[in-house]
Design a binder for this molecule. Structure first.
Ligand code: CP
Ligand code: NVA
Length: 331
């Protein structure tokens, strides 16, 4: 039996959108994705399952964004996010327009309010990578089309969707999985915490006390964990990685941050090397959002080793983001 190509116009012509969506199996997602905490566990799993379908049979979804245009705004450099969004939107039949704002920050030439009010007149969604997370909140307030956070100083939700997809597609049950993030408690760490607690998994953050995750993120994660049955531990003891299904790290200095010798010195003990992977165990996967700095947060032996899934994560950026785009824009 051939599965018909899904088109947005077909969905829109339906007299019962909810039924059409349910029949097609698309999860209902909120208007904006500014942080992973905007999604609950079942919605995340629904998106991951949709991403697996998109990955297996992209032709079936080739016209879902037909006639739609999406603005891509970047205040910071990017390889994976820009490539996966431009290629991904093209595969869904949509059109991406790039705004490179690296030399002119959002809100400088005109207010975020006016930017949002303009963009909503032409675009069906806006994806933005910004220095200050508050800019996304403001954009989402004034722009009447969905806003997707493609990295801010506080969150990187697209990355976490791809990371969870990388585990889920390997058959790992996220609710039974233990992920250990080692290193700087940054934007990627915050999103991973939110994702793992939403799906009811076990999340361990191993970082120096002076560079741990934001206490507010942890406090909120504990509230969610109480509801989902997740476990969360923040420690500076690498032994806490024992038995983890995956060990994750990210760069010690994030984009836009000033490198200091003191921070590098604090993090030196948190490099992911063969000894740390051995604590997790022989089956533990190694994960990194990339770009990586071999010899700094991770040794070459680990990132180039057999257990490394970093390029699967990079590929999955496309499928995970497309799942969100399909779920959000095809109704
Ligand atoms: N992981 C990630 O977001 O990569 P880029 O900065 O290259 O987009
Ligand atoms: N924490 C890193 C992630 C890069 C994808 C940064 O913000 O630069």
């Amino acid at each position: 039996m051939t599965t018909p190509t899904i088109t947005t116009s077909a969905l829109r012509s339906s007299t019962n959108h909810a039924k059409a969506s349910t029949a097609l199996g698309f999860p209902l997602v909120p208007q904006n994705l500014l942080e992973i905490g905007d999604l609950d566990g079942p919605t995340i799993i629904g998106l991951l399952d949709l991403a697996i379908e998109l990955k297996a049979d992209p032709a079936r979804f080739s016209q879902v964004l037909g006639g739609m245009s999406i603005a891509l705004i970047f205040e910071k450099p990017s390889l994976r996010t820009r490539a996966s969004l431009e290629v991904g939107i093209h595969r869904l039949g949509g059109h991406a327009v790039l705004f490179d704002q690296q030399d002119s920050l959002i809100g400088a030439r005109e207010s975020v309010h006016d930017l949002g009010r303009n963009l909503e007149r032409w675009f069906d969604a806006v994806a933005a990578r910004v220095h200050r997370h508050e800019v996304l909140d403001e954009l989402a307030t004034y722009c009447d089309v969905p806003v997707l956070n493609t990295l801010s100083d506080r969150h990187h939700p697209c990355q976490t969707l791809a990371d969870l997809l990388t585990l889920h597609e390997r058959g790992l049950v996220l609710a039974d999985s233990h992920v250990a993030f080692v290193g700087d408690g940054n934007n990627v760490c915050h999103s991973l915490i939110q994702g793992m607690v939403a799906v009811g998994g076990r999340m361990t953050v191993i970082s120096p006390e002076d560079h741990g995750p934001d206490p507010e993120v942890i406090e909120n994660a504990r509230v969610v964990a109480a509801r989902t049955g997740a476990e969360i531990l923040v420690t500076s003891d690498p032994a806490a990685a024992a038995g983890a299904e995956a060990v994750y790290t990210d760069s010690w200095i994030s984009m836009g941050e000033v490198e200091t010798p003191a921070k590098l010195a604090s993090l030196a003990r948190f490099r992911v090397d063969a000894a740390l992977m051995a604590i997790a165990g022989p089956k533990a996967l190694f994960m990194h959002c990339l770009p990586a700095h071999r010899g700094e947060e991770v040794t070459a032996e680990v990132i180039d080793g057999a257990n490394s899934v970093v390029f699967d994560q990079a590929e999955n950026r496309l499928h995970a983001q497309n799942a969100w785009l399909v779920a959000r824009l095809s109704r």
